[in-house]
Each structure stands twice: as C-alpha cells, then as structure tokens.
Design a protein around this ligand. Structure first.
Ligand code: NAD
Ligand code: UGA
Length: 463
C-alpha cells in the first residue's frame, strides 16, 4: 500500500504544534496543513496580522508564518472539518500531570488525548494515519488504537494506523531544532504509514537521521531523553553548592568535565533549576510507570532529580535572605528575567515563579523585568491577591526595575543581561547594592568595581 499525504491536520496549536507545522508547511509546499485548537483566542492570535502578537515567541517563527500562512498553513477552530479532510492527523495537545484521582501528582492526564482520539474516530474518513506528537506514557498508542478500533468498519473502508513521532525541539531554538534535528524518531507497526511520514521528513531531513522503531520504544525514548537531560542539570546543580563551599568555580568544573568526549559539554550549565513544561512532568510520569511495574528502586533513583531541582531553588532563596541581613521585609528586589529560559515567552515551571513567591512571602517588594513575558502572565503565575498586589510591579526596562532596589537577581539568561550598565544602575539603586546571579551572566569584576556586592551561583572562587 502507498499513501502520499496531501492534507495534514494538527490538533493543538501550542509551543509544539505551531513551530512544527510551520516547518512542515515551509518544507512541503504540496501539502496543505491545518492547525486546529479548541482555544479560540489562541487561533485568533495565530491569525494576527501583527506578527509581534503571535501567541508564541520563538526566534525565526514569524518569518515562517509570514511565508506559509494563508498559502499552505491555516489556523482554525473548525476541528471536525479539518479532521475529515486530513489523511494524516498529528495529536499535539498538552499532556499535563494529573491533579486528582489515581496517580495524582505523577501520572499523565490523558483526557485531552482521549478526546482527540474520539473526535478523530467520529469525523475522519477512509484511511487515516494518526501521529502521536505529544509526549505520552509508554503504551498510550494502545489506548488510541483501542478507541479508534471501535470506529473502524469494513463497508466504509475506514482504517487507522497509529504512529509515535515524539518531538525533541527545545523552546528558544525550536525552528533550528526542527530544521536540523539530531534525529527524527518514528515508531509504528504498519510499513505504509511509517513510509508516508518518513517521506514528509525526507523533504528536508537526511535519511540517516530518521530512526524507525516499534511504537513502545519510540514512546519510551522520548521520556528517557528528557529524564537524561534533566538528570545532567540536577547533577551539575548539586555540585554548584559544593563549589561555593570549597572555593572552586562551577563554570571551570563544567568545562573541565565536559571536555571529556564521553561526557560532552552540553547541558552542564548550573542554574536556578530546570523549568519548562516537560522535564518535571515527564520524570514524574517515568517514576509513576516504574512504580506501576514494581521497580521502586528505579523510581526512587529518578525522584532525586526532581528533589535536587526543588532544593536548588530553596537554597537560592535562603542564600539571598542570609546575604540581605536576614530579612527581606520591605526591601525591593529587581528580578531580571521571568521566562524559564532565554528566547521564549513561556513561564511554565519557571524557577522564577517559586523564588519570587518565596520573596513575596517574606514581605519583599518585587519589580520584574522580562523582555517577552506579558505582565498579565507574571501576575497570574504569582497568584497575586489583594494582600500582596501592591508588592509587585512589572517594568518595561531594566533601569525601571532597578530603581530604588536593594538587589538585582538574574533569573533568566537573556542576552541583554550579559551587558548591564553598572554605572547607571549604581546611581539609581539603594546602598549597599547587591547582585545575585543565578545564571553566571554577570561580569563580576566590572560589577565589583562599581560597588556591587555579588553572589554568583556555584562560584566559591570570586573574592
Ligand atoms: P501547549 O499547551 O502549548 O499546547 C497544547 C494546545 O492543545 C493548547 O493550545 C490547547 O488548547 C490544545 N488542545 C488541548 N486539547 C485539545 C483538543 N481536544 N482539541 C484541540 N485542541 C486542544 O503544549 P505544548 O507545549 O505544545 O506541548 C504539547 C505536547 O508536546 C506535550 O505532550 C508536551 O509534553 C510535548 N512537547 C513539548 C515541548 C515544548 O517544548 N513545549 C517539546 C517537545 C514535546
Ligand atoms: C527540553 C528538551 O531540551 C527538549 O529536547 C524537549 O523536546 C523538551 O524539553 C520537551 O520535551 O518539552 P525545553 O524545556 O524547551 O526543552 O528547554 P531546555 O533547553 O531543555 O531547558 C530546560 C530547562 O533547563 C531551562 O529552565 C534551562 O534554563 C535549564 N537548563 C538547561 C539549565 O539549567 N542548564 C543547562 O545546561 C541547560
């Protein structure tokens, strides 16, 4: 059997669906791509003329939208119609951790996946390839298969083939990650479906980079890749605390360790802890699966990655209180950066959220500057109520955030924080003025020359 895909529907126009479909549309002009979502506001924002108002900030994305939108990339809320017209359907909806019921706090909430499967069952026609793009617990494809099987019937020649095609993009570098992936992983058990998806990627990805496995290995590989990445961050963050106590420097240690080819240099930057919507939820899911299969020792091993991540955030708050003479009450801290990493407007699980909440709890005033995160998002994340409303402001410049502040805390590694104007800042901040750098972006010597007292994460060597 041969199938040439002419019409794709992607359900879920988020941080994965948006960039991924933009790259497919750009590289496959003969395929019509419809990106659908239940969130009307999100679709409206994707259709905004002003490209600065797209719902997602991602370098290079607006150029692709300009090139493809209205040509072969369409954003719509007409989910049923787009499903009916598609020969391949990507499921790219959110898969958060369950908040109640069995497995609450660990297992993945699959309600959005299940509702997509039912919709596909109801509205698709003929031969349909369903691609799991969302990150899912191993063996979820079986659930999707079971649901869709109920809709198959020989008379109308309806048939569904399920593929797992996890996404490995990182936010902030998504377009480059999609255009030049390290690998593309396709898991499946029907050759024609695997080939149809492979042929789409072959428009821009080398054949050698396309890895084909069974569905279960593909689903599991995605969870494990994220677990390994997060594990590296917790490993280096645990050592950052040791460096502070032994007059050594975490950047030097990372460099020396990472130059060993067997270890590798990437993902060894110490910081305030990993954020983002996936690392924590995917490891929690891994822990849940291990416990389910009776592998408690394995589950406990991976749990440490999360515990160290939480500990790192608390450790930073405590260190800052200690440095600021034991109290934050009525002090003002300028928070530079609120997104979970640079080059994204995403704040999900950002370490800045937990640390800022702790500051507010201690009675501190906060002025937060982030070049891409909206004020409404910051207020929403910090659950600002009438009690602490007056304690928080957001600003549109670094200087305004620092005005009359006692301290600066750098939370995100945005490029502009690498070259702060210490002369200007020294004139507008209160004395004694502090910088707490959780990302190692500050020029320490220069800042010290302008009278700043400095705490640099993982750096016990700076005097
Ligand atoms: P997201 O929250 O940004 O987007 C998901 C979208 O799906 C939302 O707009 C939501 O309205 C929509 N949606 C939910 N249920 C729907 C339904 N029944 N019908 C139509 N639309 C529906 O999430 P995301 O960050 O894009 O992540 C999606 C998946 O991809 C997750 O499983 C995540 O683990 C995985 N993933 C994310 C990243 C990342 O960097 N964000 C990278 C790789 C994989
Ligand atoms: C991560 C993975 O890198 C992607 O491969 C994966 O597809 C994605 O999760 C997912 O499944 O959602 P993302 O979370 O977007 O991507 O960004 P990362 O670059 O991995 O950063 C995650 C967090 O770790 C950020 O808070 C970042 O600041 C932190 N980090 C990263 C460090 O503290 N140190 C490092 O060396 C690297």
């Amino acid at each position: 059997m041969n199938l040439t895909v002419k019409n794709i529907c992607c359900i879920g126009a988020g941080y994965v669906g948006g960039p991924t479909m933009a790259v497919i549309a750009s590289n496959c002009p003969s395929i019509q791509v419809n990106l659908v979502d239940i969130n009307k506001n999100r679709i409206k924002a994707w259709n905004e003329k002003n490209l600065n108002k797209l719902p997602i900030y991602e370098p290079g994305l607006s150029d692709l939208i300009l090139k493809t939108r209205g040509v072969n990339l369409h954003f719509s809320t007409e989910i049923e119609k787009c499903i009916t017209n598609a020969d391949m359907i990507f499921i790219s909806v959110n898969t958060p951790t369950k908040t109640k019921g069995i497995g609450a706090g660990k297992a993945v909430d699959l309600r959005w996946i299940e509702s997509c499967a039912r919709k596909i069952g109801e509205y698709s026609k003929g031969l349909t390839i369903v691609v799991e793009k969302s990150t899912l617990p191993v063996r979820t494809a079986q659930t999707i298969k079971d649901i869709l099987k109920a809709y198959e019937d020989n008379n109308s020649k309806r048939h569904f083939s399920i593929l797992s095609n996890p996404e490995f993009l990182a936010e902030g570098t998504a377009i480059n990650d999609l255009e030049c992936p390290d690998r593309v992983l396709i898991g499946g058990d029907e050759e024609y479906a695997i080939e149809a998806l492979e042929n789409i990627y072959l428009n821009w990805v080398e054949k050698e980079k396309i890895l084909k496995t069974d569905i279960w290995s593909s689903e599991l590989s995605k969870l494990i890749a994220n677990a390994f990445l997060a594990q590296r961050i917790s490993s280096i963050n645990s050592i950052s605390a040791l460096c502070e106590l032994t007059e050594s420097n975490i950047s030097d240690v990372s460099l020396a360790v990472g130059m060993d080819k067997r270890i590798g240099a990437e993902f060894l930057n110490a910081g305030p802890g990993f954020g983002g919507s996936c690392f924590k939820k995917d490891i929690l899911n891994l822990i849940y699966i291990c416990n389910h299969y009776g592998l408690t020792e394995v589950a406990d091993y991976w749990e440490q990655v999360i515990l160290i991540n939480d500990w790192q955030k608390k450790r930073i708050t405590k260190k800052i209180i200690e440095k600021l003479f034991g109290t934050l009450s009525n002090k003002r801290i300028a928070v530079l950066g609120f997104s979970f990493k640079a080059n994204t407007n995403d704040t999900r699980e950002s370490p800045a959220i937990d640390i800022c909440k702790d500051f507010l709890e201690e009675g501190c005033n906060l002025s937060i500057y982030d070049p891409k995160v909206e004020k409404e998002q910051i207020f929403k994340d910090l659950i600002i109520n009438s009690e602490n409303y007056s304690k928080l402001e957001t600003t549109d410049t670094i200087e305004k955030a620092c005005l009359n502040s006692d301290a600066i805390i750098v939370m995100t590694d945005w490029q502009e924080f690498y070259k702060l104007d210490f002369l200007k800042l020294s004139k507008i901040m209160r004395k004694p003025r502090f910088i707490f750098d959780t990302r190692n972006v500050i020029n320490l010597k220069e800042a010290k020359n302008f009278g700043f007292r400095i705490w640099n994460l993982g750096d016990g060597s700076f005097q």
